[in-house]
Design a binder for this molecule. Structure first.
Ligand code: MF3
Ligand code: CO
Length: 249
């Protein structure tokens, strides 16, 4: 069941999203070779609290940290720890916040120092694939129009989209209906209407789309060990088109 949100509820999610956008800026500026992912987690948690929000991920199904930090072949849900960032790595950072009981969720992938051209392209295609999907976030379209646009764009560059993990509705829970796959034929699934709020989150692999989960039961990695990037925003469908809730503007 898809829970539609009122303007007031979307305003709360926008607050959660602004705090989240700020946290992403702080983390991006902190990234440098030698930093541990645990240091990023501590920084994120402090910033989230400082702005009167809560970290949505901490304790979620027992998840032990405030953010997810996934390096290179790690796709999502990497647990922050004593691993240090190295020049030439890419790091996907996923952050969730709760404000007045409402959730926001967004992820970005950043370079550490100087990265190869192919990694730069992987990150840029992943980011742009989100915006290709966003073009279809209009009332009257069908949900899988978003999915199809993302997949087509990604595959036109020879990259692949992860299928085992999907985007999702979001509101007073982090994960609500509907699921938002990043692949599939257009013209399927529910029609988009005002008040739907979706976390759209392409995960893009340089090689195979297949993924595995590590022994820690959280970290998802590519099956072939090739790198992966992630980009996510929380988006509200309005009469005037999509509104990205997890940004400043
Ligand atoms: N942002 C992630 C998602 O949409 C949630 C991270 S799982 C957690 O699936 F356990 F870390 F919270
Ligand atoms: Co999400």
């Amino acid at each position: 069941m898809i829970i539609l949100k009122s303007k007031q509820e979307i305003a709360y999610m926008r607050e959660a999203g602004k705090i989240l956008a700020h946290v992403h800026e702080v983390l991006k500026d902190a990234i440098k070779p030698g930093l541990t992912t645990k240091e990023l987690d501590e920084l994120a948690e402090a910033e989230i609290k400082k702005h009167g929000a809560e970290a949505a991920f901490k304790g979620y199904h027992g998840y032990p940290a405030s953010i997810c930090t996934s390096i290179n072949e790690e796709v999502v849900h990497g647990i922050p720890g004593l691993k240090t960032l190295k020049d030439g790595d890419i790091i996907s950072i996923d952050v969730g916040t709760i404000y007045k009981g409402y959730y926001a969720d967004a992820a970005k992938t950043h370079p550490v120092g100087v990265v190869s051209e192919e990694l730069q392209q992987l990150m840029e295609v992943t980011r742009q694939s989100f915006y290709e999907g966003l073009k279809y976030c209009m009332e009257g379209n069908r949900l899988s129009d978003i999915s199809h646009a993302i997949q087509s764009y990604v595959e036109s560059y020879g990259f692949s989209v992860v299928r085992d993990l999907v985007g999702h509705g979001i509101g007073q829970n982090m994960h609500e209906d509907p699921q938002v796959p990043n692949y599939g034929s257009p013209g399927r699934g529910p029609r988009l209407v005002e008040g739907m709020v979706l976390a759209i989150e392409p995960m893009v692999n340089m090689g195979t789309h297949l993924v595995e989960t590590l022994q820690d039961n959280w970290t998802v990695v590519t099956a072939d060990g090739k790198p992966s990037a992630h980009y996510e925003h929380t988006v509200a469908i309005t009469k005037d088109g999509p509104m990205i809730l997890t940004s400043f503007s």
